[in-house]
Design a protein around this ligand. Structure first.
Ligand code: XMP
Ligand code: MG
Length: 186
């Protein structure tokens, strides 16, 4: 798994190796543990992409904490933004809780821009975002993550939970598309 990977006929090359990822995720977990000690935060992992990051992060946040997972349904709505995102599977009460959203990647920011108001309706005590990756040059909305694993250029990536058309989530390393063709599927 050190060399390039072919996924659906596209060529990807390593961007971050697992050892580097592990180091960064441990750092983030320590920062979060210090900041949230005694606050019993609730992490909300956004499926599917965040499941590996969420797992690696959460098991190293060694304070009293909860985790749950949701799926986001995205569809073209009639609202002015033209993009509506609703969640599936959230059963816990977030009222007065310290909430940390866990994302795999913030690309344009459209998903979180549409979804964060739904979380705010629950009146959490606080709301922060932890994301494995951000693509600052692709960002279209004023979404700022509080904990960021890595900032990357605006190219498609796979591995460590992220997929290209269903494949590649099980790669331990993170891979980036080799040519300029973005290959974006979601
Ligand atoms: P937005 O643009 O709404 O994108 O911030 C967030 C969601 O889009 C998916 N996404 C990617 N998935 N490689 C992937 O495997 C990528 O480079 C990529 N960019 C965006 C992802 O599901 C993310 O939650
Ligand atoms: Mg995702």
């Amino acid at each position: 798994m050190i060399g390039d990977q072919i996924v659906h006929n596209k060529e990807f090359t390593p961007l971050f190796f697992k050892t580097e990822i592990d180091k960064r995720v441990s750092q983030l977990a320590r920062e979060i543990a210090v900041e949230y000690d005694g606050k019993k935060p609730i992490f909300i992992g956004i499926l599917n992409g965040s499941f590996i990051f969420a797992s690696d992060l959460f098991k190293q946040v060694n304070i009293e904490a909860e985790i749950t997972f949701i799926k986001l349904l995205s569809y073209k709505g009639t609202s002015s933004s033209g993009h509506v995102v609703r969640s599936l599977g959230l059963e816990e009460s977030l009222f007065n809780r310290h909430v940390i959203i866990i994302e795999d990647i913030i690309d344009t920011g459209t998903t979180l821009h549409s979804f964060l108001p739904e979380i705010m309706e629950h009146q959490p005590a606080s709301l922060k975002i932890a994301t494995f990756l951000t693509k600052p040059s692709a960002l279209k909305y004023d979404i700022k993550a509080d904990y960021v694993g890595f900032e990357i250029e605006d190219k498609f990536v796979v591995g460590y939970g992220l997929d290209y058309d269903g494949l590649g989530r099980n790669f331990n390393n993170l891979y980036i598309l080799k040519d300029d063709d973005s290959g974006q599927t979601e």
